[in-house]
Design a protein. Structure first.
Length: 154
C-alpha cells in the first residue's frame, strides 16, 4: 500500500486520490466534491500558504491548516487516464483496455495507434467529450472511447 501524504506536502503538478479527511468541517469539503476516492491535481502550493487544486473542471483554494487534514495517495503515472488527465498533458498511447474490445477497430481507424502521442486540449464540463490533438488534428472522444485507450505520460 502506498504511503499517504497530506495535501500540504503534495507536489505541484502531481495527481492524487483523496484517501481520508480528518478535519472538523468535513461536510464543507464533501459538498465541494472533495471526498475520499476523488482524483485531484495540485495546481499550486506554497510552504505555509494556500494550496490550489483541480477537481474535474473545478478549482479550489484550500488554506494550509485544512490542507494538513486532507490525506492523499499518489497516482502511479502508469495509471494515467485520458479523461482525467490535466489540460495540456502530453500522453503516449500504449494499448487498449481489454474491457472495450469493440472500440479497438474504431480507434485504430482514427489514427490512435500504440506509440502515438496525444495532447489533451479540453474536457467538456461534465467530462464528456474530451478534445485531444493527435497527428496535427483535433479529435473528440466520448467517455467510453477515451476509457478504451491505455496511455502513459511523456
Amino acid at each position: 500500500m502506498s504511503k499517504l501524504i497530506s495535501l500540504a506536502e503534495a507536489k505541484t503538478g502531481d495527481r492524487y486520490t483523496i484517501a481520508e479527511l480528518t478535519c472538523d468541517n468535513t461536510q464543507q469539503l464533501l459538498g465541494m466534491g472533495l471526498r475520499p476516492g476523488a482524483v485531484i491535481t495540485v495546481l499550486h502550493r506554497s510552504d505555509r500558504g494556500a494550496v490550489m487544486v483541480a477537481l474535474a473542471s473545478s478549482r479550489f483554494c484550500i488554506n494550509h491548516e485544512l490542507a494538513q487534514d486532507i490525506w492523499l495517495k499518489a497516482i502511479d503515472p502508469v495509471e494515467a487516464n485520458l479523461r482525467t488527465a490535466p489540460i495540456g498533458a502530453r500522453l503516449r498511447i500504449v494499448g487498449y483496455a481489454p474491457t472495450h474490445p469493440g472500440y479497438k477497430r474504431k480507434l485504430l481507424a482514427m489514427g490512435l495507434t500504440p506509440g502515438t502521442e496525444v495532447e489533451v486540449i479540453r474536457h467538456a464540463p461534465l467530462g464528456d467529450p474530451t478534445d485531444i490533438k493527435v497527428r496535427g488534428f483535433h479529435l473528440t472522444l466520448r467517455k467510453d472511447e477515451a476509457d478504451a485507450l491505455k496511455v502513459s505520460p511523456l
